[in-house]
Design a binder for this molecule. Structure first.
Ligand code: IPE
Ligand code: IPE
Ligand code: MG
Length: 248
């Protein structure tokens, strides 16, 4: 017999509730300026500051960004070290401002790959901001969509769940960000059109937006262009266009 999806159809809104971004193109931004790649990453942190503010101002409830993938360890050792340094500095310098702005900060990914200093900065920042409600800002670090699914399966197996009890809902409950709605809008900057092992499960029905803008140049105007594109989409979740019109 055919399988019927039991997944609820989320309500559509003009402003996406949850935006997920692959911040790509820092290296090329720097290369064009004959600067070292790390200069692009530094500029990328500034761009992120602006995008967090713009999302909060536009009423986006959740912003999730891909900062370091489980595959990025393959980069030259020097670049990896500089990225870790930058992550640490950002944690030291930016969290107070996030907290002042009522922003909840979280990290998803395998934190055991990071230094103890980073791990403790992350847990302090999460504890400090846990009750903030304006925007949930999630950083995916040492994250991979496949890792997320595997850690979920491990949790299910450890709880000795019966095979009959394994369902989409049961699995989704154990994923990173299980408490957040799935992303409405996905943005990838830098021109590549791929997911690069970001949120594999959670992006199943997300609207995708690819832009050639390099991440350090991504600003409120570019964000508004992505949101405008999102607004033109008809989210059907398997239904026909006529059904969607009748339901709204
Ligand atoms: C994205 O920019 C940042 C990280 C992956 C950490 P890149 O560093 O991938 O920039 P390009 O793709 O080389 O331009
Ligand atoms: C994806 O960008 C990961 C982050 C932005 C953190 P990459 O630049 O690493 O992706 P690929 O390797 O080109 O697919
Ligand atoms: Mg890249």
């Amino acid at each position: 017999m055919a399988t019927r999806s039991k997944q609820a159809i989320p309500a559509s809104a003009d402003v996406p509730r949850h935006i997920a971004i692959i911040m790509d193109g820092n290296g090329r931004w720097a290369k064009r300026r004959l600067m070292p790649r790390v200069a692009g990453h530094r500029k990328g942190v500034e761009a992120l500051r602006g995008v967090i503010r713009a999302c909060a101002e536009r009423g986006v409830s959740h912003l999730t960004v891909f900062a370091f993938s489980s595959e990025n360890w393959r980069r030259p050792q020097e670049e990896v070290s500089l990225l870790m340094e930058l992550f640490m500095r950002a944690l030291e310098n930016e969290v107070a401002r996030l907290h002042e702005n009522d922003i909840r900060f979280r990290v998803i990914g395998d934190l055991s790959g990071f230094s103890e200093r980073i791990q403790s900065l992350v847990s302090d920042a999460e504890a400090l901001t846990r009750n903030n409600a304006r925007l949930t800002f999630t950083v995916a670090a040492n994250y991979g969509g496949r890792w997320d699914i595997v850690q979920t399966v491990k949790k299910l197996m450890a709880s000795s769940v019966a095979p009959e009890a394994v369902s989409e809902a049961a699995l989704a409950q154990q994923l990173s960000m299980a408490d957040l709605p799935e992303p409405d809008l996905f943005i990838r900057t830098g021109g590549e059109q791929r997911i690069s092992n970001f949120l594999l499960w959670q992006l199943a029905y997300t609207e995708l937006h690819f832009t050639n803008v390099l991440w350090p140049d991504f600003d409120a105007v570019a964000l508004d262009a992505a949101i405008a594109s999102y607004r033109t989409r008809e989210r059907r979740f398997g239904r026909t266009s006529e059904q969607v019109s009748a339901a709204s």
